[in-house]
Design a protein around this ligand. Structure first.
Ligand code: FPP
Length: 243
């Protein structure tokens, strides 16, 4: 790293990232979209390193949304191949840094070789407890909430849960990764001011940091800049600030 990150007073436990702008980054250079995604995969690696260095426990990246299935088959195929090659490239680093890999989303929609490769990395890192890297894959937050509602209904019908016990915690407990704390910070690259169906429930109280930088240009230095900006925020959860 060729810069000195400032010491941080507050380190978020969980940072979630919408990695946007790979296509525009590539287009501006006359490259194919997949070249942009490949460069983006290098930024994922940079984010993993920066998160580990900063002491962040959970890092979630939005790699493929349920809406992304509508992209041209060639781009989807390229992204799936990139996922496999990226996992091959990161796995050693996950072990060296004792980082656990988890995924969230409609994984049954993924091609079998991708699922198998991911499962292998999940199993191989399952014992690590300090840091967790979560890939949101074939993920849509509305689907996640709808699936939670379905499971809750089934439990009410079977008598395992009472209607009066359905509260906010019960909803959280039925999302994909109920044991993962909500992100304190959400980063979105390439300037769009949208949530794009990402962690709608979990981001209720999160700070948002949006930068115009395209994801392939978002490296360690930009990650620490986001953490510094987070440090200047004042989170009150709707309460009045104490003097
Ligand atoms: C958004 O850019 C990015 C994606 C849909 C894919 C993100 C995937 C990676 C960075 C690949 C590697 C990921 C992992 C976890 C190994 P866009 O294509 O929507 O950009 P645009 O808005 O400029 O067109």
């Amino acid at each position: 790293m060729d810069f000195d990150p400032q010491p941080l007073e507050k380190v978020p436990r969980h940072v979630a990232i919408i990695m946007d702008g790979n296509g525009r980054w590539a287009q501006e250079r006359g490259l194919s979209r997949i070249e942009g995604h490949k460069e983006g995969a290098q930024s994922v690696r940079a984010a993993l390193r920066a998160a580990k260095q900063a002491g962040i426990e959970f890092l979630t990246v939005y790699a493929f949304s349920t809406e992304n299935w509508k992209r041209p088959p060639q781009e989807i195929d390229g992204l799936m191949k990139l996922l496999i090659s990226s996992l091959n490239a990161y796995e050693q680093e996950l072990h060296e840094n004792k980082i656990r890999l988890r995924v969230m989303g409609q994984l049954e929609r993924l091609p079998l070789p991708v699922r198998a490769r991911i499962q292998k990395a999940i199993d191989a890192t399952a014992a690590y407890t300090g840091h967790t890297f979560i890939i949101a894959l074939s993920y849509g937050s509305r689907t996640e909430i709808a699936e939670a509602a379905k499971r809750i209904t089934e439990k009410v019908q079977s008598g395992e849960l009472k209607t009066e016990d359905i509260d906010e915690q019960a909803i959280s407990d039925h999302l994909y990764l109920p044991d993962v704390p909500d992100p304190e910070l959400m980063i979105r690259t390439s300037g769009e001011l949208r949530l794009s169906n990402f962690l709608l429930w979990q981001l209720s109280y999160s700070e948002f940091y949006v930068t115009d930088t395209y994801w392939p240009d978002f490296r360690e230095e930009q990650f620490f800049k986001a953490l510094e900006a987070y440090n200047l925020r004042d989170r009150r959860y709707g309460a009045v600030k104490k003097k």
